[in-house]
Design a protein around this ligand. Structure first.
Ligand code: UDP
Length: 243
């Protein structure tokens, strides 16, 4: 129905506006559809290039959204511009607000124990119409115990924060057990819980969130070197297409 996808170095992104995407999600929630959302950034695109299993899982998701200005820039450079960036964090907030409005059941999985507890507390405080059916930190050994609990609680929305590619592999393996909206949200609970701050508005406006994160967590430098590498590969791909 909305399969207008743009291929960026092998990862197929949905090309729609955030508004259109939100309408699909709202309809999915009403229909209790089984949907898998991947929010992918340049790092994940590179990782998928090296890991065919991860690539297959991403490309089999129902929605793959461009979480990162690098994806929008890459699409433009390749001559297949996309509507707009849609961040994982904004998608998480949309799902939480909509679940509250529709009075749905939500399950939180992942992050450190204190982070997930603080996230659950924030939901209970600020989104009281959500039926928060359970939560579990992301440092468990036995997947089966966790999935059995999730299935038994019958959530409509399952927010999974295990970092990539773990969260996508987890969702791909277990989504068949229960019809729900499944999304991998990376480090979003760290921000949602107030444990980590999101970049101030000015950084967001200038598309410099990455710089803010680097200042706060210099150890991320290794991960961030993925971005120039990604841009080099995009330019190479463009050259190949021209020849
Ligand atoms: N995490 C987890 N279990 C693991 C590995 C990671 O719950 O086995 C959590 C971690 O605590 C953090 C999130 O997954 O909340 C990943 O955060 P990161 O900032 O690395 O992800 P990004 O948003 O960059 O994908």
């Amino acid at each position: 129905m909305h399969k207008n996808r743009i291929n960026i170095l092998g990862t197929e992104f949905d090309n729609f506006t955030e508004k259109q995407f939100q309408k699909y999600l709202s309809d999915d929630m009403d229909a209790r559809s089984n949907k898998f959302i991947v929010t992918a950034n340049p790092e994940m695109v590179l990782s998928a290039q090296k890991n065919p299993k991860f690539s297959k899982v991403i490309n089999s998701a129902d929605y793959v959204i461009p979480d990162g200005i690098g994806i929008i820039k890459g699409a433009k450079t390749l001559g297949t511009p996309m509507h707009e960036r849609i961040t994982g964090f904004d998608t998480l907030m949309y799902l939480i607000k909509t679940a509250n409005r529709k009075q749905l059941k939500v399950y939180l999985l992942g992050a450190k124990e204190e982070v997930i507890k603080a996230s659950a507390k924030r939901i209970e405080r600020e989104y009281p119409q959500i039926d928060l059916v359970g939560y579990h930190d992301g440092y468990f050994k036995d997947n089966q115990i966790v999935i059995d609990e999730i299935v038994q609680k019958k959530p409509n929305v399952i927010l999974v924060a295990l970092g990539y590619p773990k969260q996508e592999f987890f969702i791909d393996e277990y989504r068949k057990n229960i019809d729900a909206i499944w999304i991998g949200v990376g480090g979003s609970f760290d921000v949602f819980s107030g444990t980590k701050k999101r970049a101030p508005g000015i950084f967001q406006k200038l598309n410099l969130e990455w710089l803010y994160r680097l200042i706060k967590e210099p150890t991320r430098i290794g991960r961030m070197l993925a971005i120039p590498k990604y841009m080099r590969l995009i330019k190479k791909e463009k050259k190949n297409a021209e020849n």
